[in-house]
Design a protein around this ligand. Sequence first.
Ligand SMILES: Nc1ncnc2c1ncn2[C@@H]1O[C@H](COP(=O)(O)OP(=O)(O)OP(=O)(O)O)[C@@H](O)[C@H]1O
Length: 864
Amino acid sequence: MFGKDNMQALVADIGSYSTKIGYAGDDHPTAVLSSTTAVERRSCWSSSSSSNFVNGPKRDFVAHCINYKADNDGNYTLVNPVDPVTGWIFSPPSRSISGRNSSSSSGSRADNTIAAAAGSSLSSNENSSSSSSNNNVDKLGDEWESHELVSRYLQHAFQHSLGLGRGNNNNNNSNGSSILNNSSYDIVSHHPLLLLDKPHTPPALRQRLLEILFESHNLPAAFFLRDAVASCYAVGRTTATVVDVGHSSTMVSPVYEGYVENRGVLRNNACGAKYVDERILNMMDDIVKKQGGRRRKDRMRRMNQRKLEQRNATTASANSNNNNASGGGGGGENTANSYDVNNSSPSKQQQQQQQQQQQSASTTLKRDAAGHFIKDSSTSTNSSSQAAQHLAPIPDYLMPYYQVRRMPTYTPRTDPFHNWARITLAREIKEMGLGVAVGPMGYVSSTLGGGAGTATTASAGGAGAGGGGTATEGGATTAEGGNNAIPSSIINPASLLSNNSNVFLTSSKLAYTLPDGTPVEVSTSSRCDVAELYFGNNDEYNNNFRDGIFDETVMRMEEYEKEMEEFIVAGGVDGGGGGEGEIMSSRMPSSSSASGGGDAGDAYSNTSYRGEKSNRHGTFGSGGSGRRTRMYYPPSTISKKLYAACLPYIRTTPPNIHNSEIMDGSGGGGGATDGSSGGMASGILGSVNENYFHYLTSASPAQMVCDAAFRCDRDQQASLLGNVVVCGGGACITGVAGVGAVGAAGVVGGGPLGVVGGPVLNAGGGAGGGVVGGGGGAVGVMAASLLGDEHAFPDRLREEIEAIVHRHTPGWRVKVTSPNVSERAICSWLGGSILGSLSTFQDMWISRKDYEEYGAAIVNRKCP
Ligand SMILES: Nc1ncnc2c1ncn2[C@@H]1O[C@H](COP(=O)(O)OP(=O)(O)OP(=O)(O)O)[C@@H](O)[C@H]1O
C-alpha cells in the first residue's frame, strides 16, 4: 500500500492558521498545530541587526487581526511562518536594510536568549539553533528567518506530534546544538514527506523549501503538491475550480486534468476568516455598547449590597441563636411564639430586610426600553447562591475589554492577552456554528440598505442579487436596531413591503451569554451580515471593505518592493564585482535571461540555493579587487535575495503597455503569469498599475470563480464552472434555512424540524406564510436559527455564481460541491493523504539521490 520499502509518507499542510500533519493513507491528520507561536525577543541584540525578529515581526498574525496594531508582550513576540500578504511560506525582508552589518554584529548575540517559547509548546530541543556549531556566536538570525521557522514547525510536529524519533535523540541541547543536524534522528530516514504548497508559490521559494527539507531534516524523499490539486483529489476529481476559503485569504485556482492553470489563480486577502473574527468582535462590541452594558457604578452598588447582605445574615443568625436560647425546649412553634411575643423590633426589621435582600439578590437583569440593564424581580430565581454568583465582581484582569470596562467610553484594552482573548471569543462564536450564519440569496441586511428589492427576491426564489446591505460602518453596527434603525432615506419601498415576512429581520434573536454573564441577543440578520463579507456582491459596504484590503495589500507589496530596490542599490555597491555581487546577479537580474527559455521554462532552474547555503559559513571572495572577505553570509540577505528572486512571479506585464516600456525587452508576451518572462532589473523600478499583482483581486469569491474560469481556455470553461469545489476552514460557517424554510414551516404548521433541517432555499412560500405564520411558523423560525445548515456556504456560492454567469450565458450549468464540514478544513490535506498512499507515489517523489544529482531546481520539474 505504501511507497517504496513500505515507507509510509508524511503529509504536511502549513497554513497561516494551522499546520496539519499526519500519515498518508489516514483519513485525518494526526496533529493540527497552531501556526502562530511566540518567540522570545532578543533584547540584547544590537539595533543594527537586520533580522525580522530583532525588531519584532511587522507582519505577524495578531497585528493583522487587531486593528493592525503592533502586538507584543514584553519579551515575547508572535511569529508565523506564512506571510499573510503573499500567502507563501516565507517572510519578506525586513524593512531595515542593514543586512550588510549583520555579520559584524552577530558575535554579540547571545544564544541563550534564543529559546523558543509558548505557543505550540516548542520543546527545549527546539530552542536550539539549527547550526551545528556548539558555541553561541554563529547562529545569528537563522533561527527566526521564516524558512527556518518552517523547519522548526516540522521538527516539532515530527518529534512531538507524531512521536517520531523519540528515544533516539539523546541531544540534551545544553550547548545549543540542533537535533536537526543530528544524524541519529531517525524519523528522517523512514518517511518521505509530501508538502502542500499554494498554487502561486514561486519556483525559487520551492527550491529553498526543498533544500531545507533535505538539508535540515535528512528526509529520504520529498514531494510538493499544490493544495488546490490535492483538494480536487479529495473530492475525486482532477478538473475543478477550487475555492479555498482560508484564514488569511480566499484563493481560487482552476485545476485542469490535475494541473493548476496558473493564469487563473486568484487571491483575495479581504475574504479571509480572520476578518470574520474581526466582524464578530465588532458586532458583539456594538451590541454590548448599545445594550448599555453594566455600568461600573452598578457593579459597585451590587458589591455594597452583597456586603450588607452578609452583615445582615450574620446578625440574623446571631438573633436566631438568641431566640432559640430564649425558647428553651419549646420547639419551633414555641420559638415562633416567643419571637412574636417578644416582638422585638430589631428582629422584625431584620426579617424584613432579609426578605428584601433575598428578593433583590435573586433578581435578574433585564434591559429597559433604552437598552440599559434594570432589575426585574418577576424573573427571580430561588437560589440565593446563584444570585450571589451573578453579582460577583468581575475580575478585571481576565476579560476582554467590553466585559470589564463598562464605561460609556469603552476604552479598548490593547494588551496582547486581551487581544488574544477577544479573538478567541470571536472564533468560538464563529466555530460554534450559531455565531455566523450564511443566508440564501434572499438575504436582507440588518440595516436594510437600498438593495434593489432584495426581500422580494427572497420569497420569489432568489432571482435577484443578494444583500441589500449598504450598511454603514459594520453591518453589525446598527445591527440590533432592527426596523427602528433604518434611516428613512434609504428605505426601499419594495423591501419595506416584505420586511414583515423576511426571516432575517423578523426571526427570533439568539441569546448568548458572554463569559462574565452579560447577556447578548443577536439577530439573524446581524449574524448574516458578518458572513456577507464573502458574498456581498452588490452592497457598498462589503465592496468598499474588500477594496480597502486590496489597496492595503498592494501598498504592502509596494513596501516590499521598495525594500528590494534599496537592497539592490545597497547590494550592488557592496558586492561590486565580488562574491556577493556574483550571487546577487545570478539570482536577480539574471531572470531576464529567462527569455532564452530553459527546458524547464523556469528562470531559476539553473540556480540552486544549495551552493549559496554551502557558502554561507565559508569564506568567499577572499581577495582580489573589489572583493570583501566575509566569514558569514547573513540569512537576512538570503531572505532578501530569495524574495527578489520571487518578485517576477508576482508581476505581470500590463496589457495596454508595450513590454519594452516597462521591461527591458526580454520579457515574453503579456502573460508572465508564471513569472518566467519578466525582466527583473528594470521591472522592479516599473510603475505600479492595476495589473501589477496579477493574482491579487478585490472581487467576491463568486466573481473570482467566474474570472478564474474565464481566464482559462474556452474549451476548459464549461468543465471548470461545472465543477466548483469549496474547501477551507472559512467555508465551514453554517447557515440558517432561509425564507423558504420558514414559509414552509408556516404552511405545514407544526412540522418544524424536518422542514427546517434541510437547506430549503428558495422554496417559495416565504411571503406572509412563514414568519409568524401560526405556531408552526414561529417554531420553524426558531429551529431555523438554531440548526446549522452546513451546505449553506456552497449553496449560497452557487447562487451567486449563477447570478453572474447567467447574466451572459443563461442556462450554463454551475455545480458547487464541498466535503462535509468535518472534512472541509482539512480537504487539501486529505487529497495529499490519498496521493501519498498510492503505490505510484514512489515514482513521483524527489529522492535524496535526485536532489544530490540535480540540485533543488529539480522540484520545479518533478512537482508541477
Ligand atoms: N467550524 C468552523 N466554522 C467556522 N469557521 C471555522 C470552522 N473551523 C475552522 N474555522 C476557521 O477557519 C480558519 C482556518 O481555516 P484553514 O485551516 O483553512 O486556514 P489555513 O489553511 O491555516 O489558512 P490559509 O489557507 O489562509 O493559509 C480559522 O479562521 C478558523 O477559525
